[in-house]
Design a protein around this ligand. Structure first.
Ligand code: FE2
Length: 394
């Protein structure tokens, strides 16, 4: 017969054993790494550890030497000179050479306690370079003769269709992948992002092939929506940006929400009309940007398409009223959108002087440049070509 005192002792011992186990459990990389904002001279690498930790990236040239051949330079996840103690890590590596492949390795070292000036560190987790080849990425190159890319959008958390769509567009042969918004229906928490589309994307390509993300209206919803930029474009000033790969200059825009800011659905927390005006101000400066000016093709990526239809919602009207005039002025070649969950194609008109292609929620856009042509295909889930277009460089 066990006495109450004996049972209490046993429970206490068990709790201590569990606590010790938790304290010594090896820190792990939970998600990632994945690439963000790969440009000509820089790239951002993001990952999530399962314990509060400091984080850093090691970079090595892709020169055939063994990764362990020498100590590799370290780039730390910091804010104003202090290493961040966090689960989520983002490191921007700079001063890179255009069109160059780099090997990289990520590290997280657990921070057990930080009291006063004393920091006690725990164990380290890192990506594997012993049993596996080191991860690599290649910087963009404006002088690359040709480029190619694929775009998907409106996945709404259906991660199981990502592989199929990207395979249908032969994503492995393409330079980069574009997510054009509404990858999930609501930004609830971190699990929603990774279970909804990022785990699948990391398994497939995102550790080594650049992914560029234009926010959709559904990413603006939910209590976690303000954390969007911690995960995507984390080291950039804005969610709208420009990048160049080979002959194409990409203008990534954020079209915001679809209803008026005063709508009951937004609970008075949004101000997208002003935000869209800010983007117009930014676009006005693009005519002086060398990457933009010298690009053979100028492609706009924006979630909501412009529309002059009478029964259209406020957000799309704003895209027409605010974005289209400056995009007409800038002489863009093509605008790629999503949002409508159907395929649509509009030829240039007097009002919108460039073609607007809307990709559905069940198809993928595949684009390749070929000299003075830029060839585009839209393929459905069965790999059937549903739209084929070709554009001449202006
Ligand atoms: Fe949408």
């Amino acid at each position: 017969m066990f006495t109450m005192r004996y049972i209490k002792k046993m429970i206490y011992a068990l709790l201590l054993a569990v606590a010790a186990q938790v304290a010594t459990a090896q820190i792990k990389i939970l998600y990632g790494p994945y690439l963000q904002n790969v440009k000509e001279n820089e790239a951002t690498i993001v990952w999530v550890a399962d314990k509060p930790s400091i984080g850093w990236v090691e970079l090595a040239p892709n020169d055939g030497t063994h990764y362990y051949g020498e100590e590799r330079p370290k780039y730390f996840d910091t804010t104003n000179g202090v290493k961040n103690t966090s689960l989520l890590h983002a490191v921007k590596v700079k001063a890179l050479t255009p069109g160059t492949t780099y090997r990289y390795r990520i590290y997280s070292q657990e921070v057990l306690s930080h009291e006063g000036i004393n920091v006690i560190y725990g164990r380290v987790a890192a990506s594997d370079v012993y049993k596996k080849k080191a991860l690599t990425f290649t910087t963009c190159d404006p002088n690359k003769k040709e480029t190619s890319f694929v775009m998907i959008n409106d996945i709404h958390g259906r991660e199981n269709i990502i592989t199929k769509l990207l395979n249908n567009a032969n994503y492995k042969d393409k330079d980069l992948i574009i997510f054009n918004g509404d990858m999930v229906s609501e930004f609830k928490d971190e699990q929603t992002i990774f279970n909804g589309f990022m785990k699948e994307s990391i398994d497939l390509f995102a550790s080594e092939k650049p992914m560029y993300y234009a926010r959709g209206n559904h990413e603006t919803r939910g209590e976690f929506a303000t954390s969007f930029q911690k995960y995507f474009s984390p080291k950039e000033p804005f969610l709208y940006y420009l990048f160049r790969q080979g002959p194409v200059c990409f203008i990534m825009l954020d079209t915001g929400e679809d209803k008026p800011d005063s709508d009951i659905e937004y609970s008075g927390i949004t101000d997208y009309d002003s935000y869209r005006t800010d983007q117009v101000e930014w676009m006005r400066k693009l005519s002086g940007n060398e990457d933009f000016k010298q690009a053979k093709y100028k492609v706009v990526i924006a979630h909501m398409p412009p529309s002059a239809d009478l029964d259209i919602w406020h957000g799309q009207k704003e895209v027409l009223k605010k974005f289209v005039p400056i995009l007409n002025e800038l002489g863009v070649d093509l605008m790629l959108c999503g949002h409508l969950h159907r395929n649509k194609y509009e030829e240039p008109s007097a009002g919108i002087k460039f073609p607007v292609l809307v990709n559905s929620n069940n198809s993928v856009v595949s684009v390749e440049t070929d000299g003075d042509r830029m060839n585009l295909m839209v393929l459905d889930l069965d790999g059937k070509v549903i739209t084929k277009k070709s554009y001449t460089a202006k």
